[in-house]
Design a protein around this ligand. Structure first.
Ligand code: DGI
Ligand code: FE
Ligand code: FE
Length: 194
């Protein structure tokens, strides 16, 4: 699918702010894809669709999780975690986008997971650092993004977990799996890396 076609699909489904966020994530992800030698076409499509289902009704997303292969434990956690997995499924059903790398980048953009591909890391990071964001400690993360994508994703994961803990939120297992795996990679990639 071409970039403009993808943009035309998501635009009417998003608020103006969310649409602009999507464009900034896309621009950021394409820049990172160039730096890290990842397909810019895949970075583009994954980014444009990453929040595709952000405004589906909770009832519809719940039904999709209940009636498809998506893991049912999502329903035990905050509904903010549903839009990525649901979008990865819907883009295949609705537009025939079956590319596993693109689907995974969309699926895991909120939580991350263990063993993320470079494309997954890029979308995960781009969603966090796009120029419209302002999180505490974001400058440090932005500075690292063009130098070391693993270290940057580790910072995103750490900051997100810190934030969730500060706010007494529950944390989905994949969110922890991402942190643990990225920590292992930062320490040389040993099986027992601390
Ligand atoms: O959709 P966006 O707003 O662009 O960003 P997102 O999909 O990365 O994240 C949405 C929210 O999900 C964000 O505030 C962080 C939060 N989040 C990430 N991991 C977890 C989580 N929330 C809970 N409750 N549990 C998690 O494990
Ligand atoms: Fe999202
Ligand atoms: Fe987003």
């Amino acid at each position: 699918m071409y970039k403009n076609e993808a943009i035309a699909i998501v635009k009417p489904l998003l608020t103006r702010q969310r649409f602009e966020h999507t464009l900034r994530v896309t621009e950021t992800a394409v820049k990172l894809a160039e730096i890290y030698n990842v397909s810019t076409e895949k970075a583009e499509i994954a980014s444009i669709f990453h929040d595709y289902c952000k405004y589906r009704s909770l009832d519809e997303m719940k039904r999709i999780i209940q009636t498809t292969y998506l893991p049912k434990d999502l329903l035990l956690y905050h509904h903010e975690l549903w839009h990525g997995p649901v979008a990865s499924l819907m883009i295949e059903q609705e537009y025939g986008i079956g590319d596993d790398e693109i689907k995974a980048a969309i699926y895991y953009h909120t939580t991350g997971r263990a063993n993320m591909s470079d494309l997954e890391l890029i979308v995960f990071v781009a969603d966090y650092i796009e120029p419209g964001r302002s999180f505490p400690g974001l400058d440090e993360v932005r500075d690292m993004a063009e130098k070391d994508i693993v270290k940057t994703a580790w910072m995103v994961s750490r900051n997100t977990i810190n934030y969730l803990m500060e706010n007494k939120n529950r944390i989905y297992p994949d969110t922890f799996h991402a942190y643990n795996d990225l920590t292992r990679l930062l320490n040389g990639g040993n099986k027992f890396g601390q």
